[in-house]
Design a protein around this ligand. Structure first.
Ligand code: GRF
Length: 188
């Protein structure tokens, strides 16, 4: 689930099993990448549904039809409803371009630059009902260089996202960690 699809491309290159790509917008890069890899893809436009709950029902139907084990979001978060979060609790992942709980929500990279932090980074977390509030599974810091622009910092952050998200999803496939309360416990 995403937009430009750079995380999707990285996951496919890593060999993470992707059964279905869902986009909330038509014509985005993720859909072309899915086509190129012959992965089934669906566009579910929120505007076509009367409520967030109805949209969630369509999402769950698509997930059930594809018999997925987990959901990996990249730029999709605000479209999930509580029932879908509950149905897939512990199996919905998101990648966020900051060290949460710093700079949640949109424009995390811009927020970090505006604040003047020396370090920001990437968080892969499980999704709960809040915005970027679920248990952290993995984090990696990224330095902010004095000459950084939003573009240069984003490029370094995205490179880390592409590696860390694949690490976590492959670890999930191999049951290398479990979550207890708010903590991800990694097996040695
Ligand atoms: C990523 O930067 C992610 O951190 C944010 O949305 C972006 C999706 O990018 N949540 P892409 O579609 O994977 O290129």
């Amino acid at each position: 689930m995403g937009g430009a699809g750079s995380n999707l491309a990285a996951l496919l290159e890593r060999g993470v099993g992707v059964e279905l790509v869902v986009s909330h917008r038509a014509g985005v890069g993720a859909l072309a990448i899915a086509r190129a890899h012959r992965v089934p893809a669906a566009v579910l436009l929120p505007s076509r549904y009367p409520s967030r709950e109805a949209y969630g029902e369509a999402l769950r139907q698509a997930f059930d039809d594809a018999a997925i084990d987990a959901v990996a979001m990249a730029g999709f978060l605000r479209w999930l409803d509580a029932e879908t979060v509950q149905a897939y609790r512990g199996r919905i992942f998101n990648v966020h371009p900051s060290l949460l709980p710093a700079f949640p929500g949109l424009h995390a990279i811009r927020q970090a630059l505006a604040y003047g932090v020396r370090w920001t980074g990437v968080t892969v977390h499980l999704v709960d009902e809040g915005q970027d509030t679920g248990p952290v599974v993995a984090q990696e810091p990224v330095p902010v260089e004095p000459a950084d622009t939003e573009e240069s910092l984003a490029a370094r952050i995205h490179a880390v996202e592409h590696r860390l998200y694949g690490d976590v999803l492959q670890a999930f496939e191999r049951q290398r960690f479990f979550v207890s309360g708010r903590r991800a416990i990694w097996r040695p």
